[in-house]
Design a binder for this molecule. Sequence first.
Ligand SMILES: Nc1ncnc2c1ncn2[C@@H]1O[C@H](COP(=O)(O)OP(=O)(O)OP(=O)(O)O)[C@@H](O)[C@H]1O
Ligand SMILES: [Mg+2]
Length: 350
Amino acid sequence: MRDIVDTSVTAIALSGLRKRFAKGDTTALDDVSLEVRAGEIFGIVGRSGAGKSTLIRTVNLLERPDAGRITVAGQDMLALDDAGLRAARRGIGMVFQHFNLHTRRTVAENIAFPLEVAGLPAAARRARIAEILPLVGLEGKRDAYPAQLSGGQKQRVGIARALASKPAILLCDEATSALDPETTQEILALIRGLRDRLDLTVLLITHEMGVVKAICDRVAVMENGRIIEQGRVFDVFTQPEQPTTRHFVAEVIGHSVPDSTLARLPAARAGDVRRIVQVIFAGPNSTRGVVSEASRYFGLDVNIISGRVDEIAGEPFGVMALGFYGPEAQVESGLNWMRSLGLKVTEIAK
Ligand SMILES: Nc1ncnc2c1ncn2[C@@H]1O[C@H](COP(=O)(O)OP(=O)(O)OP(=O)(O)O)[C@@H](O)[C@H]1O
Ligand SMILES: [Mg+2]
């Protein structure tokens, strides 16, 4: 597979952004800096009110920051005049949670809307619509009205409209939050496919880590108007640093052992200890038979409580809950040996 992300080119650079809303006395953005590379799908997650929408809306200046710099495709957005801003916005498509379609316009007329505004002649609009309908899987829906479409189809119209003027950048504000899980996966697959085919750069915001896991290359976590953590999706998922990030990641990695199960686990023999740990298998040693090795090398009994393998951003990883039994020094040595292999070992119970 070709490398879609061109790490040498910055598509969106935000720096030192601040935004305060007098109404409600809210600091929505508190010194936010972020770089999105050309061709990547960058996710921003955070709880409701964290400032995600305010942040994404600064990229095309739907929201003007009080301070900071916004550079999109090399252009200083805050330095543009009205005509310059209109032109720049044609290079930035945006998709919304509730689709924002014109109910009295057909699919084709909805998609054509930004092209009309841009003054494109009717023939050119028709040509672009014919080109874009199959790209988003809406062949045959050209003349349907939004009320005749499913939620997933409506969002396909929203995506087609966002891409009508051939932007290089796509902004998605909770694009799948109004959709059921299956439709969500279809729309995410569509967005990823469009990124690949059209060389798009995608900045998306969501409150669901599942969305990030499904399609993002990198992710930033927002809290109280600040970015508290960011990195490659695989790294953030397998090694979250902040409590909020751990909370989000747990939704997806989630592997706490129910108390009722813990209560049923055998106790340690007299003189021995028991350690219940979660082990995340990632990286070069993820496929090594560490459980049986730890058992043999350190003379431990190992109880496999639960386990699961999964894939994040295309990389395999596994998570297991294990019970280690034996003399304390041996148990500690065994756990430390596993850590030394690069596995993430977290004690979840004694
Ligand atoms: N136009 C506005 N006027 C006043 N306050 C606003 C305005 N827009 C946003 N805020 C406030 O700024 C903060 C951040 O809002 P924002 O919409 O960016 O959060 P969010 O992370 O997108 O949340 P959600 O997940 O609920 O969409 C919130 O406290 C919100 O109430
Ligand atoms: Mg929002």
